[in-house]
Design a protein around this ligand. Structure first.
Ligand code: SAT
Ligand code: MN
Length: 589
């Protein structure tokens, strides 16, 4: 028996499935798994999949989750380093021995009567020096099919593993969906993720957040690279044909997928998609940072997605190219057998069932689609896919944006003075919480680099790791912070966002090319009014002033909040951060 067979055998002895099915990731197999999900497997008495209207939504299938299982469960997610201090205050921690014994108990016989699917896949292009071979075990067709969309799944991965032996293990069972028996456990040193009780994306597609961020960030610390919660886009200046590659970190449900597929409102620019969620970043042979997207799919928030906000995503969802596209927890228009969500184009259909399968009553003021309803679609369906997407070396990065969702005080765009100031700006970023995770307090939470729920080790060490890149190369990109979400005194967004964000991206490129100057503020460098192309928007000089206003009292309070958050990391905090904090304190008294 080889390594993988041995592990699969061990897991089967514990979980006791009826059958073991080795997946090859083929389209033919995906059809078969969908069929099984329609006819055989069930969740909460409902079939796993339902076919949608194949004329208007070719290749689309609907999935309704267990009603308690609609988002990530950060409070049940643990990073199990042997030493608690390695996990840091940013993670839930359990000793690996205790976590293993708990998970062994919960997994004993959990696949009785079910099929165990074995999914061999690569994160990253198989020829990329940065790619990693992985195997996930699961007991639900929804996860097996989703992994075909999100990763490069193929039996050839098994040959690769039998030669280099090193592979990442993901052990997943939906259990009985009992939220009290739901845990997502990470064992970074063993390259193992073990998840029981949830079928939801970030909890169950173990190549995604669990491996490609939590475990990969730990590998990155040891091996000198970064695993980040970032979009990768190329911005083409049509006149010169130059393409500038930019990374952007935003917390979940803050518009990453829309940014990744942005339809430019400025003539002369075009955005190419390389990724909407995860970037692995290495120092390339020429000293520039190079990024790859380890995934091949887009797992995005459906509500709010429309021809107006994200036409390229609407094309991708209906492209009918890569099989299949999944829609989870939206409402359904029962007359047309089409998915529906709040914000979709057109009239609200007359006969809707909501995401829980009940007839929807519009007068009751409830949402028909769950606010975290999702689509899972291949990136190869995207009309904006970059021709560099499959380049094993990745793309060279010109700028990094780190953002959050803040209704006040955070300017639209700010450039850091230098790398270490930029890293500090990213580390102090806060964001209003969203529906992408269950049980978070409403309000602002600090979310450094949008990685708070995803950094697989102590964030004090993470900040130092970011800073360490200064000593490795002098070709680092500029760092910016962004906030598309600032509102006026009536609570209306002041910045149009979506396709108009190109105006900010253009300014960033102009800064990268030293074409424009900037205004210095205590927070960093901001655009001069005349350097922003705002033609065709309602953003007047007055609105510009409000979008970039820095209010002393708000920032005094913000600084206190930042200091309080950072103080948790105590002695692990880099020296540079104390200097930056003192500068903020000095500026806002
Ligand atoms: O469920 S995921 O974690 O993959 C989506 C998200 O919250 O970013
Ligand atoms: Mn995400």
């Amino acid at each position: 028996m080889n390594q993988v067979e041995k592990w699969v055998d061990e897991v089967a002895q514990l979980t006791k499935p009826d059958k073991i099915y080795w997946c090859d990731g083929s389209e033919e197999e995906a059809h078969k798994l969908i069929e099984i999900g329609i006819k055989e497997e069930k969740i909460n008495g409902n079939p796993i999949f339902k076919e949608l209207n194949q004329t208007s939504w070719p290749t689309a299938y609907y999935h309704r989750s267990h009603p308690t299982d609609v988002a990530r469960t950060e409070h049940l997610t643990y990073v199990c380093h042997p030493d608690r201090n390695l996990a840091g205050p940013n993670n839930n921690w359990m000793h690996p021995d205790d976590a293993k014994s708990l998970m062994t108990k919960l997994s004993d016989g959990c696949m009785k009567g079910k099929t165990m699917y074995v999914l061999p896949y690569m994160m990253g292009h198989p020829q990329s020096p940065y790619a990693k071979a992985c195997v996930q075990i699961t007991d639900v067709s929804y996860v097996a099919v989703s992994m075909r969309i999100m990763t490069r799944m193929s039996k050839t991965v098994l040959d690769k593993i039998s030669t280099d032996r090193d592979f990442v293990k993901g052990l997943h069972s939906v259990g009985d969906f009992d939220p009290n028996k739901r845990f997502i456990m990470h064992f970074p040193d063993e390259h193992l993720v073990w998840s029981v009780g949830s079928g939801y994306g970030g909890n169950a597609l173990l190549g995604k957040k669990c491996f490609s961020l939590r475990i990969a960030s730990w590998l990155g610390l040891k091996e000198g690279w970064l695993a980040e919660h970032m979009v990768i886009i190329g911005i083409e200046e049509l006149e010169t044909k130059n393409v500038y590659y930019i990374l952007a970190a935003f917390p979940s449900a803050c518009g990453k997928t829309n940014l990744a597929m942005l339809e430019s409102k400025l003539p002369g620019y075009r955005v190419w998609t390389l990724g909407d969620d995860i970037a692995w970043i290495n120092v390339g042979p020429d000293g520039q940072l190079y990024a790859i997207n380890p995934e091949t799919g887009l797992f995005g928030v459906a509500p709010g997605t429309s021809m107006k906000t994200n036409p390229n995503m609407m094309y991708s969802l209906k492209a009918g190219k890569f099989f299949p596209t999944l829609i989870t927890n939206s409402a359904i228009d029962i007359d047309k057998n089409e998915p529906w969500w709040e914000g979709l184009d057109g009239e609200i259909p007359k006969n809707l069932v909501d995401w829980q399968g009940n007839a929807w009553d519009q007068t009751k003021n409830s949402k028909a689609a769950h606010p975290n309803a999702r689509f899972t679609v291949s990136i190869y369906n995207s009309p904006t896919l970059s021709k560099e997407f499959d380049n094993p070396k990745g793309v060279p990065i010109s700028a990094i944006i780190i953002g959050g969702r803040r209704s006040d005080r955070i300017p639209l765009i700010v450039e850091g003075f230098n790398w270490s100031h930029g890293v500090f700006m990213g580390a102090r970023t806060g964001s209003e919480t969203t529906a992408a995770a269950i049980g978070l307090k409403p309000g602002v939470r600090r979310d450094p680099m949008a990685m708070l729920p995803f950094c697989g080790y102590n964030m004090g060490d993470y900040f130092k790791h970011w800073l360490s890149f200064q000593t490795r190369t002098n070709r680092l990109p500029k760092i910016f912070t962004a906030n598309w979400f600032r509102t006026d005194e009536n609570g209306n967004f002041m910045w149009p966002g979506f396709g108009d964000n190109i105006r900010i991206l253009k300014w960033i490129i102009d800064r990268v090319n030293n074409k424009v100057g900037a205004k210095e503020t205590p927070l960093g460098l901001i655009p001069k009014f005349e350097d922003l192309n705002l033609e065709g928007t309602n953003v007047t000089k007055d609105v510009y002033e409000k979008l970039f206003a820095i209010n002393n009292d708000e920032w005094k309070q913000e600084t206190e909040d930042i200091e309080q958050f950072l103080s948790q990391f105590d002695k692990r905090l880099p020296e540079e951060f104390f200097d930056e904090l003192n500068k903020l304190k000095f500026s806002f008294k």
